[in-house]
Each structure stands twice: as C-alpha cells, then as structure tokens.
Design a binder for this molecule. Sequence first.
Ligand code: G3H
Ligand code: 13P
Ligand code: ZN
Length: 305
Amino acid sequence: MLVTTKKLLITARAKKYAVPAFNVNNLEFLKAVMAAAEKMKSPIIVQTSEGAIEYAGIEYLSAMIRVAASGKVPVAMHLDHGKDLKYVKMALANSYSSVMIDGSSLPYSKNVAITKQVVKMARAKKVSVEAEIGALAGIEDFVTVEERDAKLTDPDEAAKFARETGCDSLAIAIGTSHGAFKFKGNSHLDIDRLKKIAKLVKKPLVLHGASGVREDLKQLAEKHGAELGKARGVLDKDIKAAIRNGVAKVNIDTDLRLAFTAGIRKATDEKPKVIDPRKLMRPATDLITEVAVRKMKLFGSAGRI
Ligand code: G3H
Ligand code: 13P
Ligand code: ZN
C-alpha cells in the first residue's frame, strides 16, 4: 500500500528503528529492493533523485512504484533531494506520497522560505515533506572546529528550522557524505551532535550518505576490473547509534550501485558468450536484494509489518 513517509517515520522514531530509503533509477533496482521488503516484512521508502527522473522519466518511475506499492508492503514514493521546484511539482502531479526539498546549500532564510513554500504545496495533497539543514561532509574535511561547526547541523538552528518550516522530517549533517569516498581517515560520526539535535527536534531525523561500502563487495568489483581505491563508508555500529538517537530514515544509494556493478562485472567476465542482458542482470539484481535484506536487519525495520 502507498503510504506517506510521515506515517512510517513517526512510528519508526517512537520505536527506535529506521525505515530504509533506497534510491532507484530502473526496474531492476526497484524489484530488487521490493523483494527484500517482502522477504523481511519491512516497510520501505523508494526514492528517486532529480537525476533518476531525468534518466528514466517520472511517468515510468511513478508507474513502476505504484505497482510496487499495490501489495501488502507499506511503500512511500519519495522525491530525493528536490532542489528545483520543477521536480517537486512533477512529483506532486505523479502520485508521490513524499517529497524532499533540499535547501541546505542556501542561506538559512532562503532555506526556510523555499521549505515553507513546499510544505504549503504538499499539505494540499497530503504529501509529506523532508527538509535539510547543514552540509553533508566527512568530519576530516574540516580543518578547524569552527569550520566544522559552521557546516554540520547546529542543534539550536535545527530546532528553529523545524519549527519555522513545519516540515515532517529533517535531514541533518553529522559527518556523512554522499558516494563511496566518505572518510579520509577512520569512519566517524558526530553522535554527540546528533544527541543534542534529537533532544530539541522531536520530528523524525534523516541520515543521508549512510552507505557502508562493504569490503567484500568492493573486493568483488575490484577483482573484476573496478578501481575503488580508498572507498570507505559508514560503520554499522555508527548506523545503530544514529538510529538509537532519533534517526528514523536512512538513505542508501551507493551500496546498491556497488552491489549491482560488482554483479554485472562478475557476470560479464565469467560469461563472455552471454549477450542476453537478463542473464547478466539477474545475479546483479540478487546482490542488491541481499544488500537490502542486511540493511533491514541492521536498521531494525525487518518484521515491522
Ligand atoms: O543523494 C544522492 C543520491 O545518491 C542520488 O544520486 O543524483 O546520482 O541520482 P544521483
Ligand atoms: P549514499 O551515497 O551513502 O548511498 O547516500 C545516498 C543518499 O543520501 C541519497 O539521498
Ligand atoms: Zn542524500
């Protein structure tokens, strides 16, 4: 059934688990994460970025996700990182149950203004709104403490922002970043900062850039020709700490990409005579399902339906 993220996330925060939010760009990724949700009896957020919409077309994506949501699993259809209002309007016109407005790179007042505008538009359609405050970056990216404080989410500012905008959930920056190269040194999140934010903001919090970049998948991809160098992700123990402290939505894209790419590389290497793409994509898709299943166990969303 198609549900809002508000509904999923309020329950998740109260019960101290997190709903996985997986990025999809095509049928294979969508079917793979849905297979995991059905197997693990987990609610799920299926999200598409502006890039996904440009790649696949919003009509195709929303039609596929509607089919995915026609069964028993609660599915939220979410716009990830809406920066241009054009995409928010497209999502609202195409049955999305949730949108993110990402004004995190704007000055505070402009972020508030655009978020309030989206909240107003979304309310009319009973659609949930995720907003963001703070800039995603690895903690070692900052040379000084002052610099770090200026970029990572400030707890008081987050509380003010949540109040002023009326958003339903809030993405925060505590040291994660997007992609496969998250940390220059050891993996580390600012959990003390998260604790302070969670004390002041009672709405569900969202962790972006949360992929773990699993060593075995990295090695599998590299064995078959990928070059991933010092790719490094967030540790499982830090994800658990974040969920214990108010994070109710965890965004995963890179880990699915890594699994699929490793699977495709292996299949094309090992089956040079195969030209049926279905036979090459099947094992890669299964690897995504395996990754998604592990996330549902880690986030505590398994068995919640
Ligand atoms: O947060 C970004 C997501 O990983 C989506 O990436 O813009 O390449 O689709 P994308
Ligand atoms: P990862 O790159 O860590 O998978 O983060 C994805 C994300 O935050 C999508 O919004
Ligand atoms: Zn993100």
